[in-house]
Structures are given as C-alpha cells and as structure tokens.
Ligand binder design. Sequence first.
Ligand code: CTP
Length: 432
Amino acid sequence: MLCIRGLLKESNRIMDPQNLILKRRDLPHFVAPVIHALSEIVQGSRLRVFLVGGFVRDLLLGGSLRDMDVVTEGNSGDLARQLAGKVDGKVHSHGEFETYAVFLAEGTRIDIAMARRESYLTPAALPQVEPGTMEQDLQRRDFTINAIAIEVQRGGLGDFMDPYQGEKDLRSKKIQALHEKSFVEDPTRIFRALRYQYRFGFSLESKTAQWMEQSIQQRIPALLSGKRLFTELKKMAEEKDPLPLFKALEQWKLFSFFDSSIRFGKDETKALRRLKEALKWAPSEFEASLTFLLLILSRLSEKKISAQCREWSLPRRWEKAVLQSKEATKVARSLNRPRLKPSQVYRILAPYELEPLLLFDAQGERRASQWIQQFICELRKTQIHTTGEELKRLGIPPGPSYKKILGTLRDLTLDGKMSSPVDEEAYLKGLL
Ligand code: CTP
C-alpha cells in the first residue's frame, strides 16, 4: 500500500481526472498499466468503463490505494478477460451477478462488475439485481463519498461522475447516506458508516445519524445472517485502530446483535490499549485482527462459542483460539507460582494459539506478562538437535518413549542444563 497526495488537498475543484493520475508521483505500480490497458480496450469499442467507489474516494483523499473497483455498462466477463490478457492477470469469477476479479501477479485485485440496479424486497435481505446504467449503479450505493466514478476513455481518464456531491462531502468530511431507507435495506451500512467515520476522522451527517438510529431501534440489523454480521465486526477489527470502533459499537448498542453478553467497557478499553502496545513487539505471524476480536468474543460462554463460530463460518483455528481465550484466569494462576522454571512455563503455554497468549499478556499481572513475553519471543523457538531418527540409530525402540525423551531434552535445554549436540548425546548415552 502506498500513500499518494490527494487532489483534495491541492486544489479547490476536481476538474481533470487525467491530471489527477498524472500528478501522482507515488501511485502504486499497478495503477498506470491497468488504466492504460482499460483505455486501450475502450478505444475502438463502444464499451463504457469506469473506476468507481472506494478506489476513486481514496484517490481523491490521497489515502492508501489498495484494490481497484471497475464497473462497465457492457459485458464484464469480456472486459475481465481482455484486461487479464493485457496485464498478465488471472481471472476469477465470483459466481455472482456478472462479477469478476482479475488478480495481478503481485496480488492486487481488480474487481470488475456490470453496472446494475438493485431493488430490496425485504429489509436486510440481499437485493434483487438487474443490469443498469452507470447512473443507476451509483444510485444503489451506500454513501455520497462512495457514489463517485471516473470514466476511462481513449488515452486515459475522462469525466468525473458525482451525482450526489460526494466530492463536497469528502471536502467537508461528512458521511452522508443517499436516502432514508439505506440502513433498513442494508444495515451492514451502519457498520460501514462507523468504519469510515473513524478511519477518515469524518462526522456523520445529522439525518444519516438519525436514520442509523432508527434502523437500530427497529432491530433491523438482527435480520442479517450471522455471517454477514460477523464480517462487519471482523472488518472493524482489521482497521488500524479498532478501539474507537469498539467503543462506538458499545455506544450505538450494536453488540447486542452479536450476543447480549458482549460489553466493551473500561476493562476492555484498558486491555485493548495493552494489546496495541503488545502488537508492537509481537512477531508478524500474529493475526492482529483475531487478537482484537478475542477480547470481545471471550465474553461468550463456552457453549455459545462453538455454535456462534459455526454460524459465523469461522475457521477451526479461530474457534480454538476463542475457546482458549477464556482460560486467562487459569493461565495467570499457573504463571504466578513462585520459582517457575522456563521448562514449566513452556509446558503451560505451548498448547495455546499465539493470539490468546497475547490476550493473556494484555489482561495479566506483571509476572504472568513477563513469562508470556519471554515464551513468545524466546522459549517457544527453542530447538534441540536430536531427532526421532537419531533415537532409532541409537537402538531405542520406536514408541511413546520418543516423545518423553525429546521432551526431556527440550526441558533441559530450556532450563540451561544443556546447550549443544554433544550434551544431548551424552544424556542419550546415559539412557542406554
Ligand atoms: N457498497 C455499498 N453498500 C454496501 C457495500 C458496498 O454501496 N453495503 C459499495 C460502495 O460504493 C463501495 C463499493 O461498493 O465503495 C465497494 O465496497 P467495499 O469494497 O466493501 O468498499 P470500499 O469503499 O472499497 O471500502 P474499504 O475501503 O473499507 O474496502
């Protein structure tokens, strides 16, 4: 992800999208070739193609540019295949209404969809979709700041489409829904509004805030499937700083749609601050978003965890981590014993996934925290030289004794009683 300087900061109006791209010196590498390829495709055909939504918003804001959203009024499958051919990408079909993704070699994803109009038959249900014009495609969107597009034309970029004054709202830092029924038709937009609010430091336009409030009072988010609800919570946990978002979920009484036992109060705020600190020294193999989620999900009863994890379609590792995250008190008690040896700490902590360990660290007293940090950074990486093969070579019959012998060698190494292959060999000879 690269940062670009936003057009909004440097001029008063967006006049010339062509310039918008050309002026950016630090655009991610994929942007220019993809626009070039799209403009070649458009040339000589009657296809209308647009860059749209969050990509255009972030381009104007000067924010990080990740994946690109492209909409065409023509055949999106054809466009995806032609683009992939030109930029050496791979096409994936989503199996949904003519939606494709082109993956570039470095992993960037270009989403390609057919312009559509949507109608919502019942609140919170997925909409009925039909082919439409670009105007109708913008009309179905969540907020003015996302209902914007730039047409790709021969030679580069063309007209900027902004039927709901999204540019003005970007400038005045406002999140504004397009119409009164927006949060009834699609209550995931409540979560999206909060995400944008804190990500960009924007405020909610007053009518929009009222419409959100009404949707919550009418319990419309309860009509969402568990999976859709959880996806929104997960996206919040993936934001750079989920703390204000979790506080907002508490304030807007949105946790009740997940489970009535979930709270985000003073203790959770303190623990999340400590988690953020811990993530600064923790190795990159930690999934930060999972760590943040554990803080919330550990409030669920054990019985509920398995049922919910199934409903939310969480991977098994996540379910295991959530269940383990409930064992903070037990772990703290074990680690607070005096005169613990590193090998004992290893045996206490080794069964846990990494993320619950970080949660225990954030919730624990000093002594427990120190052991957890030492385990994460050092003890768990302890290697011994002897292998099962080596034991076989020495004539020890294969069986459960191997685990015991190798475990003892690791304990002795952890406690500083041996440090080399020679030490291990001497120990093993003593067994024969
Ligand atoms: N969109 C919408 N209503 C939703 C979800 C998406 O109108 N419930 C539209 C918005 O125009 C949005 C676009 O679809 O810009 C793409 O959706 P998504 O990738 O989720 O949003 P981004 O704006 O790219 O947000 P983010 O930066 O969080 O990825």
